[in-house]
Design a binder for this molecule. Structure first.
Ligand code: PLP
Length: 366
């Protein structure tokens, strides 16, 4: 059986360090907003050159705080992609603003920048691109459009730790941006965790209040906020893992290159294409095939755990019925959603396992 993500293999390599670091949290009782979250801010921030970082309780709450800091009003519109996890759009709804979907690019699967301007109205306030699967969205074009129309940008970097575009890390383009440290992500905690990153002092100061009860100090509350803070135990786990993340990212990229080579002789398999100028970090290795469901069943039978990211586009999710979209509104998204399969790509996967998986895919897709 080959798991989709086998976290145990990674744990076996680092368990002594992990246990020692978690022990340190317990010994120091620095459980909340302690030295471990402070250290994580410094380490993760320094590796990327982020001016500000706020460790949060999850990627979803990081998106919530980031979007909340933009100061949206009821009825404001935020342009985003329908081909992503719902966490990118939920906070827009919670803030009484409106998600406005734009179809995706058929090659990169990220928001189609040539269609963004058609969706801008006098109510549009922001654009929320996602670096889907670890492939950077076309941030230079998105920032050009945002500047032209005076819009803010929130990058959803949940899939894309250390991905780059033209030599620059994702999360350094938008005004305020969100990352996820969910256990299955490229850099994963041992529970829910995420972070906000930003180069803007003003947005950072707003977000910093919102995520911690609107505090100025312990009992002075400047705005109504929430408790969306990261636990120090999660920060401790991340502090151990951060030492290995660049090595693990390289392994993911090597695994992806091997799959792509093994599929190169098969014209019926569409392999991932990196954004021009981009460095893809392969949170997911996603191929497109005609008979996706048949392939998934075949691989399952052979003991290979595969997934589908994402089967139902957001514009036709029941939760977003009220927005009035219908099937057929975003044909590229709908076609991609019906054809994509995510293969195991975690760093500890062996070459033999990749060859076995690729052989099974090639033998089914002919
Ligand atoms: C694109 C995207 N954004 C945001 C999130 C939310 O992250 P979390 O699971 O840490 O809340 C996810 C989680 O899968 C995601 O895939």
């Amino acid at each position: 059986m080959i798991k989709f993500v086998d976290l145990n293999r990674q744990y076996e390599q680092i368990k002594d360090e992990i246990h020692a670091k978690i022990d340190e949290v317990i010994r120091t009782k620095d459980f909340v907003q302690g030295r471990f979250t402070r250290e994580l801010e410094k380490e993760y921030g320094a590796m990327h050159g982020f001016k500000h970082m706020i460790p949060c309780s999850s990627g979803s709450t990081a998106v919530l705080v980031a979007i909340s800091s933009l100061g949206l009003r009821e009825g404001d519109e935020v342009i985003t992609t329908p081909h992503t996890f719902i966490a990118t759009s939920e906070p827009i709804h919670h803030l009484k603003a409106k998600p406005v979907f734009v179809d995706i690019d058929p090659v990169t699967y990220n928001i189609d920048t040539t269609k963004i301007e058609q969706a801008i109205t006098e109510k549009t306030r922001a654009i929320a691109p996602v670096h889907l699967y670890g492939n950077p969205a076309d941030m230079e074009e998105i920032m050009r459009i945002a500047k032209k129309h005076n819009l803010m940008v929130m990058e959803d970097c949940a899939h894309a730790h250390f991905a780059k575009l033209n030599g620059r890390f994702v999360g350094t383009f938008g005004d305020i941006n969100a990352v996820s440290f969910n256990p299955g992500k490229n850099l994963g905690a041992y529970g829910d965790a995420g972070a906000i990153v930003s180069g803007s002092d003003e947005l950072y100061n707003r977000a910093k209040k919102i995520f911690d009860h609107g505090r100025l100090d312990k009992y002075t509350h400047d705005v109504i906020g929430y408790n969306l803070r990261m636990d120090d135990i999660q920060a401790a786990v991340l502090l151990v893992k951060i030492k290995y993340i660049l090595e693990w990212t390289k392994k993911r990229q090597e695994n992806a290159a091997l799959y792509t080579e093994l599929f190169s002789g098969n014209p019926k398999i569409v392999t991932p294409k990196t954004q021009k100028g981009g460095e893809h970090v392969y949170h997911l290795y996603v191929i497109q095939v005609e008979n996706r469901d048949g392939l998934m069943a075949h691989l399952k039978e052979k003991g290979i755990d595969v997934r589908n990211h994402y089967p139902v586009p957001l514009h036709i999710q029941p939760a977003f019925d009220y927005l009035g979209y219908k099937k057929g509104d975003f044909p590229v998204t709908e076609s991609v959603a019906s054809r994509v399969v995510s293969l195991p790509i975690f760093p500890e996967l062996t070459k033999d396992e990749i060859k076995f998986i690729a052989d099974e895919v090639n033998s089914f897709v002919r």
